[in-house]
Design a protein around this ligand. Structure first.
Ligand code: IPM
Ligand code: MG
Length: 364
């Protein structure tokens, strides 16, 4: 029986409780599809600071490097908000993304038909079904450019730098075109990539646009549309159905994926995969650590569970198990089970563990 090594990084806030449910679902999937999983837990974020003084201990990186995939909960909390940037829990997350070379962040925003009521957009705007994918560059741009404080003529200022090289843009563009192709195929139509930039102002965006256009020539079956980020933010709520794949830099993807999450009903529904050229990946919900919900058994575990499904798909290449988990999530929703973030009238309000139970039961 094939065995896979998964590193668990539960992190802070609601991270541990949602990760726990995702692990239960993975264990159930392994049993059903006849493979085995070995989990090793390690520290990241605030809890790592508390135990070791560092948000990303060397030991954590070592166990991640020796695994087939990493499942992460969330990092951060108010007790660490006053630390300098490079000492904060978030530095652990940014550090692990770069240290492991995870440049391609896939964030699918799907409105499950059962959650139509949780979507704040009018039914005539969302239509029957919404399924878009944000492909966000994850290891470059303003997140990692030179930054600092400065005094000019005695006046205090600060700066951050957006910088992209051609190879960095090329590889994320390819990831987006490939994703569009895969999605287009399954829907029996050509895929579409909206490349998001601010090329009317930023030089880095002009290089982005040129490079994406050039890479796009190798994908004549995929439609390429360039869109300014301000317009993209508007179009996402005006007519989200026009989007298939949204290709973005690091910063724009951070912002637009939170916006897109509302189309799915709640940020508690959005999973993500952070990938590189091989099969290895780090999987985490798009939401944060929600410290105010921690330990109350109220957080939505579905983003973590759907991240586990992405882990099955991309790192373990167990498409059948991935689809089964996604179907089990839909079946639990179909039964009317809802955590507080997606609750609406006539549905049954459940906690984190009960939602996890329901998915496991549907999967068995
Ligand atoms: C995300 C988060 C992170 C990011 C933070 C926590 C550093 O917002 O994954 O979207 O900005 O990338
Ligand atoms: Mg974000």
């Amino acid at each position: 029986m094939q065995n896979y090594h998964i590193t668990l990084l539960p992190g802070d806030g609601i991270g541990p409780e949602i990760t726990k449910q995702a692990v239960r679902v993975l264990e159930c999937a392994a049993e059903k599809y006849a493979f085995s999983l070995t989990f090793t837990e390690a520290l990241i974020g605030g809890i790592a600071i508390a135990h070791t003084g560092c948000p990303l201990p060397e030991e954590t990186l070592a166990v991640c490097r020796s695994a087939d995939a990493v499942l992460l909960g969330a990092v951060g909390g108010p007790q660490w908000d006053t630390l300098p940037g490079d000492k904060r829990p978030e530095a652990g997350l940014l550090g692990i993304r770069t240290a492991l070379g995870l440049f391609a962040n896939l964030r699918p925003a799907i409105m499950y038909p059962q959650l139509r009521d949780a979507c704040p957009l009018k039914p005539e705007i969302v239509g029957e079904k919404l399924d878009l994918l944000v492909v966000r560059e994850l290891t470059g741009g303003i997140y990692f450019g030179e930054r600092g404080r400065e005094y000019i003529d005695g006046v205090e200022g600060a700066y951050d730098t957006e910088r992209y090289s051609v190879p960095e843009i090329e590889r994320i563009a390819r990831a987006a075109f490939e994703a569009a192709r895969r999605r287009g195929k399954s829907a029996h139509c050509g895929g579409r990539v909206h490349s998001v930039d601010k090329a009317n102002v930023l030089e880095s965006s002009r290089l982005w646009r040129e490079t994406v256009t050039r890479i796009g020539r190798a994908y004549p079956d995929v439609a390429l549309i360039h869109m300014y980020v301000d317009n993209a933010a508007m179009q996402l709520v005006r007519d989200p159905g026009q989007f298939d794949v949204l290709l973005t830099n690091n910063m724009f993807g951070d912002i637009l994926s939170d916006e897109a999450s509302q189309i799915a009903g709640s940020i508690g529904m959005l999973p993500s995969a952070s990938l590189r050229a091989d099969k290895f990946g780090l999987y985490e919900p798009v939401h944060g650590s929600a410290p105010e919900l921690a330990g109350q058994d109220t957080a939505n575990p579905l983003a973590a569970i759907l991240s586990a499904a992405m882990l099955l798909r991309y790192s373990l290449e167990r498409e059948d198990a991935a689809v089964a988990v996604e179907n089990a999530v839909q079946a639990a929703l179909e039964d009317g089970l809802r955590t507080a973030d997606i609750w609406s009238n006539e549905c049954r309000l459940v906690g984190t563990a009960e939602m996890g139970n329901a998915v496991v039961e549907k999967l068995m």
